[in-house]
Write a protein that binds this ligand. Structure first.
Ligand code: FMN
Length: 270
């Protein structure tokens, strides 16, 4: 697909006016699709370490690097992970699952070694900084994997039961899996590029504005519903999906108790 076709796939007919042609890196980004069907083919030898190098190359708040990644290939463990992640079959199918952990146990050990009271470590601010770092790390990994012809999908459902994940991975206190990522070679059926919101509701100039929001969201609802039908999924609009996502206890699974769970795992979020 050329740049124009990629833009059309990403925005439907709500195309932004762009003045700069897509670079090869941007083209790769614009081709992003979450992949949920995998062949059994493992990653090439050494690929994992190269991908982690790409991940570690991202920016990290104050260079504190509070992230640990646990790579899981054991079929039985992946099956248990799939069950823990609301039964999503791709989690068991993918050759490798990366678990991205916010790891404050490492700084805590460093503090203990140096006899320092790292009193600010448990602050909510450092949790947010670590979660941001994890996302930057992971997205670099995913983009690097996609550049090698691999596909991937994030797994937020690992937050359904963070204590189960911690037991499975032998995580110490003050370490928690924020999300996972399945990686592998894509199998049929392939998913299409999922359209995103029009830039008129996302990009603001100088100040926030909702002037065009209502009409832009109506446009997006139509684009989104058409895409869903083309993918063989039910015809739903994007705005209608908000109820299922933000007003549904079942969707949340154990995540409704996350604050208490994190407290038990060594994250008081004070
Ligand atoms: C943090 C995070 C967690 C996610 N968790 C899941 C998940 O558990 N299962 C899943 O199928 N997709 C998951 N996704 C993928 C999103 O559903 C997907 O990115 C979104 O629908 C847009 O589709 P696209 O990635 O194909 O463009 C997750 C994405 C992110 C960023």
């Amino acid at each position: 697909m050329d740049g124009k076709a990629l833009m059309a796939a990403r925005y439907g007919n709500a195309l932004p006016t762009t003045g700069v042609p897509l670079t090869p890196v941007m083209e790769l980004m614009m081709q992003h699709r979450s992949v949920r069907h995998y062949t059994e083919q493992p990653l090439p030898e050494g690929a994992l370490e190269t991908l982690i190098a790409a991940g570690q190359s991202g920016a990290t708040s104050s260079n504190m690097q509070p992230i640990s990644v646990i790579a899981v290939t054991d079929p039985d463990r992946k099956k248990r992970f799939s069950e823990a992640a609301s039964g999503q079959s791709f989690v068991a199918e993918a050759p490798v699952i990366l678990c991205f952990a916010l790891d404050q146990s490492r700084p805590a050990r460093i503090g203990a070694d140096k006899g320092e009271d790292l009193w600010a470590l448990p602050l909510l601010d450092n949790f947010l900084a670590g979660a941001t770092d994890a996302a930057i790390f992971a997205q670099n990994v995913l983009l690097a994997a996609q550049s090698m012809g691999l596909g991937g999908c994030y797994i937020g459902n690992f937050r359904n039961d963070p204590e189960f994940m911690a037991r499975e991975l032998s995580l110490p206190s003050q370490a928690v899996v924020l999300f996972g990522m399945a990686l592998g070679y894509e199998a049929e059926p392939q998913t299409g590029i999922r359209p995103r919101l029009p830039q008129s509701v996302v990009l603001h100039h100088e100040h926030y504005s909702t002037d065009v929001e209502t009409t832009a969201l109506q446009d997006y609802d139509a684009i989104f519903a058409e895409h869903e039908v083309a993918q063989g999924r039910p015809e739903t609009t994007w705005t209608d999906r908000h109820k299922a996502r933000y007003a549904n206890r079942d969707y949340l699974s154990g995540r409704i108790n996350l604050r208490a769970i994190l407290g038990r795992m060594g994250f008081p979020l004070s």
